[in-house]
Design a protein around this ligand. Structure first.
Ligand SMILES: *[C@@H]1O[C@H](CO)[C@@H](O)[C@H](O)[C@H]1NC(C)=O
Ligand SMILES: *[C@@H]1O[C@H](CO)[C@@H](O)[C@H](O)[C@H]1NC(C)=O
Ligand SMILES: *[C@@H]1O[C@H](CO)[C@@H](O)[C@H](O)[C@H]1NC(C)=O
Length: 562
């Protein structure tokens, strides 16, 4: 092992010497992966500490041509040294506020790249102690985003002794088109299979960056959080990771899910009559990547905020290489999930994001599903709008949220129905069969670092918005100047410490350095969670009263996906 590895590193160094002046050898780190040599660069963390970065590493063949819409194939080896000094292309999407048609489309179908950040390379010593690895999966509703530094910069996390990996995966129709007809060979979940292939790449290669393949934690927020939960429940991901952090999204939320054969309704909505799945596929094959992004947008979102999406992750028919063939609740009831320690949580006012989208859509004359008490009932309950049961549930929910101002009531109802209840349900079903600790949190800290508040410039609204915590974990293009020792600095280091303690020890508070003991959840009645605010306090969830009502509704009409 050591010899082979040593030789391969030497081969890389010789290649490097042939290609570059000696001066560059000192400045530019080179690593040999199983697919070829990579030249990285050097950057500094928020304390000025040096780390190496390798960006735009291809982990799959470009998913184009015959590979479009299909499961990814591992990258063929390349010759020579590949530049890993710049990020690879994002997958095609409209940046951030996707309902705003003035925001440009970006990205390229050749987008399956990842980035590795590490403070130490094992080039001279095979006895280097390998570091635990954090693999971060970005969010964006399975339709936008990428793993790049503008939003997921490494300078905060690289103050800790870990290796960080960020990655791109396919989005929208390119990532989640699915057909129940096996002869079409597009069973769905290509984007989740991209993520899985990236995790296999980590198993095969991360040692060469000083990372320990036996101590990998996966983490993500929003659609990244539900993606992490998909990996936790997918038997096909067994052994690829050893801990998981799930922020503001899970497979028991309604929005991650699409429907098999969504393509027919997609092409019908753009005015093309397709009678068979094959015809619908031919239409979609003929469109460019950017046309596919626009087609999905033209469908608006849906009539109701908690309706299904036509194109998103699905349960596949059984076949070799499937990502998921059973519903999460069946998997959790049977204890077939990956038994790794978990952190799950949400922010104090997630629902402001939906509220903002409504206001912005109204301002632009575009469509976003309006709020209604019937609409917040998840579609997976099978309850049809307008029925007596739907109205009874809606009345119960409306009564539950009549506590503050009308806007607050709606924001709280949106927070719970779109985000918090899915997390609470995931904790509830995991508790039945999970053998490893489950830690729960709720973020309530507000400073200039809160990501979404800052990017929307919405400081007058109370609470912590969806994705606000990213501004603490990551250095971002919008991060303001933070002075050492300021509250912002203290809070970001604290969150980084909790997360990286979990990466290192599978326990976010292994000692009393943070003056708090974050204990695993034992019951959902009520959930005990770490409130991450100005102070760290271990509390009964403030959402307990609302969760009791949702639990009763979801026991009467369970969340069923098929
Ligand atoms: C590699 O990237 C560096 C820095 O961006 C650039 O100067 C150099 O020309 C690139 N080399 C190749 C072979 O593309
Ligand atoms: C839509 O995007 C354009 C271009 O980025 C921007 O100037 C405009 O303010 C946006 N509109 C809204 C309502 O966000
Ligand atoms: C945090 O703790 C400090 C010191 O105990 C206290 O003064 C402050 O009020 C607390 N903040 C909150 C929001 O509870």
């Amino acid at each position: 092992m050591f010899n082979l590895y040593f030789i391969s590193q030497s081969t890389c160094s010789i290649l490097l010497l042939l290609n570059f002046a000696l001066k560059n050898v000192a400045c530019n780190p080179v690593v040999r992966t199983k697919s070829g040599c990579l030249k990285g660069s050097i950057d500094r963390n928020i304390d000025g500490g040096k780390f190496y970065q390798f960006m735009g590493i291809p982990y799959a063949e470009p998913p184009v041509g015959d590979l479009r819409f299909k499961a990814p194939k591992p990258k063929h080896p390349w010759k020579g040294i590949r530049n890993a000094t710049e990020e690879g292309s994002a997958c095609p999407h409209r940046r951030e506020k996707r309902f705003n048609q003035s925001v440009p489309l970006v990205g390229d179908e050749d987008c399956l790249f990842l980035n590795v950040y590490t403070a130490e390379l094992p080039r001279n010593s095979a006895t280097m102690k390998l570091k635990p690895v954090l693999v971060y999966i970005h969010g964006g509703g399975y339709v936008f985003g990428n793993g790049g530094r503008a939003k997921y910069g490494p300078k905060n996390l690289m103050t800790e002794d870990i290796v960080l990996v960020t990655l791109n995966y396919r989005l929208g129709i390119l990532g989640y088109l699915s057909f129940s007809d096996p002869t079409l060979e597009i069973p769905g979940n290509a984007g989740l299979k991209d993520q899985r292939l990236a995790l296999r790449w980590v198993q095969d290669n991360i040692r060469r960056f000083g990372g320990d393949p036996n101590r990998v934690t996966i983490d993500g927020e929003s659609a990244g959080g539900s993606s992490v939960h998909f990996h936790v429940i997918s038997p096909s991901c067994r052994g690829l990771f050893h801990g998981a952090i799930i922020q503001s999204g899970s497979t028991l939320n309604s929005w991650p899910w699409g429907k098999l054969d969504g393509a027919i309704s997609v092409v019908n909505k753009i005015g093309v009559k397709a009678k068979t799945q094959k015809e619908a596929l031919d239409v979609l094959k003929s469109l460019s990547a950017y046309e596919l992004v626009r087609v999905l947008e033209q469908m608006g979102i849906t009539e109701c905020s908690n309706d299904w999406q036509d194109i998103s992750p699905v349960i596949e028919y059984p076949h070799e290489g499937a990502f998921l063939t059973k519903s999460p609740i069946d998997i959790l009831n049977a204890g077939e999930q990956n038994q790794v320690p978990l952190i799950l949580g949400y922010n104090s006012k997630e629902g402001h994001w939906m509220n903002y989208q409504q206001m912005a859509a109204k301002a632009m004359g575009t469509w976003v599903a309006p709020f209604s008490w019937e609409c917040i009932i998840p579609w997976q309950t099978g309850i049809k709008k307008g029925t007596a049961k739907s109205k009874r549930f809606a009345d119960t929910l409306e009564r539950t949220y009549q506590t503050e101002t009308p806007e607050e009531n709606v924001v709280n109802a949106w927070s719970d129905s779109i985000y918090d209840v899915g997390i609470e349900q995931a904790i509830k079903f995991h508790l039945k069969t999970h053998l490893a600790p489950i830690y729960a949190y709720r973020i309530s800290v507000i400073t200039r670092l809160n990501y979404l508040k800052r990017s929307l410039n919405l400081w007058d609204k109370p609470g912590v918005f969806h994705s606000d915590e990213l501004g603490y974990l990551f250095s971002q293009s919008i991060t303001p100047k933070v002075s050492p020792g300021s509250p912002e600095d203290i809070y970001r280091r604290r969150i980084v410490k909790l997360w990286t303690n979990f990466v290192k020890y599978k326990n976010p508070t292994p000692d009393d350095e943070l003056n708090v003991l974050w204990q695993p959840v034992e019951s959902v009645d009520p959930i005990k969670q770490l409130d991450i605010g100005e102070n760290l306090t271990f509390v009964d969830t403030p959402e307990a009263r609302r969760f009791v009502v949702w639990n009763e509704l979801l026991e009467e009409s369970p969340f069923i996906i098929n």
